[in-house]
Design a protein around this ligand. Structure first.
Ligand code: 6PG
Length: 462
């Protein structure tokens, strides 16, 4: 009998099955796609069992059965669950490791509860390599069920630099998939921040791809240390197979998306969460497809650009990245309240410290900030981040102003700046909005000097 089962054996499922097997656990694999099972069969031994039918798969598992589904999100997950509910028994545990929408996970969690099945919605990050060697895992659902799969998940998960597994329990119901969704929103935000930095380095500073690659590599060994800095350096220096140029210069500048970042923004709108950097990053992908190709290249007088601009950009990126995380955590706090979840913020930061796309040195500082005070509403209330903001805000202001003066768009850097200029600002001009609303629609307003709801007769009835 096998200790664990994996359904769906395309690259992610297969690599996770091999990862589990490599940690000494016995695992059965199944897919409705026979060639995928055949591919797994090449590795078969007494602890790795390829199975070709639903029944063979289910009957090969120890009870309570522990099953990870790694298939395309959406309808296929519902069809798989429909099949499983007919074959499984109360107490069995089903984990959905796909990029499922959290609304679906909520519904499935409660549907499976009726069959006595425990459903865990688990975000998995890190791509193919991560799946094989150590992904970041974000499990949400029934905590007692999580405890039963914890040893296996801890064995396969990425480890933080201190050796802790990136798989602590997130919270109830659909919170694991929610946290993965916000992870992806942050991923969009940081990727866009890096692409704006790249644009400034090439256009304002006139750096070559190799020079930029060297800079990102240097920054990846400083405060800004993060996976996306590391791969940016790699991407920029890669030679093209088809020409004598770097491949980056021949990649069409239209960014695609499968949509998980969009979901983050959709729910932020439902919650009223001001995740401006993530929102701009989502919109920047739309913008990249909407631009007309008839435009004229901007030209920057590089002799007027100060030589310290690259270092200011590094500083602005570091702060912008922190804003991106701050906005993600703010959304998580608002979601926890709206959906009645208790979330463990230090654990979420820990889960992201290794294995996932948004891993960075900053996440340990975020974990420490939430350990220090789990009640903080905004990351920049924590002393470490408050000081960092104070030190680096002038750099971010300068970078955004150089970009604006030279016609270089910086939607996320600008959004990060505006966020920081706004979030601790006691005199934002929203009073005028309220005055206008009350003027044209008698929408009423609160006053800053007395309790109650007020309306002003703004004009004489004609
Ligand atoms: C991960 C990534 C992964 C992925 C998205 C890409 O954590 O491993 O977030 O989920 O990169 O599928 O999303 P877009 O296609 O929307 O960029």
């Amino acid at each position: 009998m096998q200790e664990f089962g994996v359904i769906g054996l395309s690259v992610m499922g297969k690599n996770l099955a091999l990862n589990i097997h490599s940690k000494g656990y016995s695992v059965a694999g199944f897919s409705i796609d026979k060639p995928e099972v055949d591919a797994l069969a090449k590795y078969a031994d007494d602890k790795l069992k390829p199975t070709y039918t639903w029944e063979e798969f289910v009957n090969s598992l120890e009870k309570p059965r522990k099953i990870l589904i790694m298939i395309r999100a959406g309808k296929p997950v519902d069809l798989t669950l429909e099949k499983l509910t007919k074959l499984l028994e109360p107490g069995d545990i089903v984990i959905d490791g796909g990029n499922s929408n959290f609304h679906d996970t909520r519904r499935r969690f409660h549907e499976l509860e009726k069959f006595g099945l425990h459903f865990i919605g688990m975000g998995v990050s890190g791509g193919e390599e991560g799946a094989l060697h150590g992904p970041a895992l974000m499990p949400g659902g029934d905590e007692a069920a999580f405890e039963k799969v914890r040893p296996i998940l801890e064995a396969i998960a990425a480890k933080t630099p201190e050796g802790r597994p990136c798989v602590s329990y997130i919270g109830p119901e659909a919170s694991g998939h929610y946290v993965k969704m916000v992870h992806n929103g942050i991923e969009y935000g940081i990727m866009q921040l890096f692409s704006e930095a790249y644009d400034m380095l090439r256009k304002a500073c006139g750096l070559s791809n190799d020079e930029m690659s060297a800079l990102f590599d240097k920054w990846n060994h400083e405060d800004l240390q993060c996976y996306l800095a590391e791969i940016t350096a790699e991407v920029l220096k890669k030679d093209d197979d088809l020409t004598s140029d770097k491949v980056i210069d021949h990649i069409l500048n239209e960014a695609s998306y499968k949509g998980t970042g969009n979901w983050t923004l959709e729910d932020a709108i439902v919650l009223g969460a001001p995740i401006s950097v993530i929102a701009e990053a989502v919109l920047a992908r739309f913008m990249s497809k909407a631009t007309t190709r008839a435009g004229k290249e901007i030209s920057v007088d590089q002799s007027k650009i100060s030589s310290d601009l690259p270092e200011l950009i590094a500083s602005a990126l570091y702060l912008g990245q922190a804003v991106c995380y701050a906005q993600g955590f703010m959304q998580l706090k608002m979601a926890a309240k709206a959906y009645d979840w208790t979330l463990r913020y230090p654990g979420i930061a820990q889960n992201w410290e290794a294995g996932c796309i948004i891993r960075s040195k900053t996440l340990k500082d975020i974990e420490d900030a939430f350990e220090g005070n789990p009640e903080i509403n905004n990351l920049f209330e924590a002393p470490f981040f408050a000081k960092m903001m104070q030190n680096r805000l002038p750099d971010l202001r300068r970078v955004v102003s150089v970009a604006a003066e030279n016609g270089i768009p910086t939607p996320t850097l600008s959004a990060a700046l505006n966020y920081l200029e706004s979030i601790f600002n006691p005199s934002l001009p929203a009073n005028l909005i309220q005055g206008q609303r009350d003027y044209f629609g008698a929408h009423t307003y609160f006053r800053n000097d007395r309790e109650g709801v007020f309306h002003t007769e703004w004009y004489d009835e004609k």
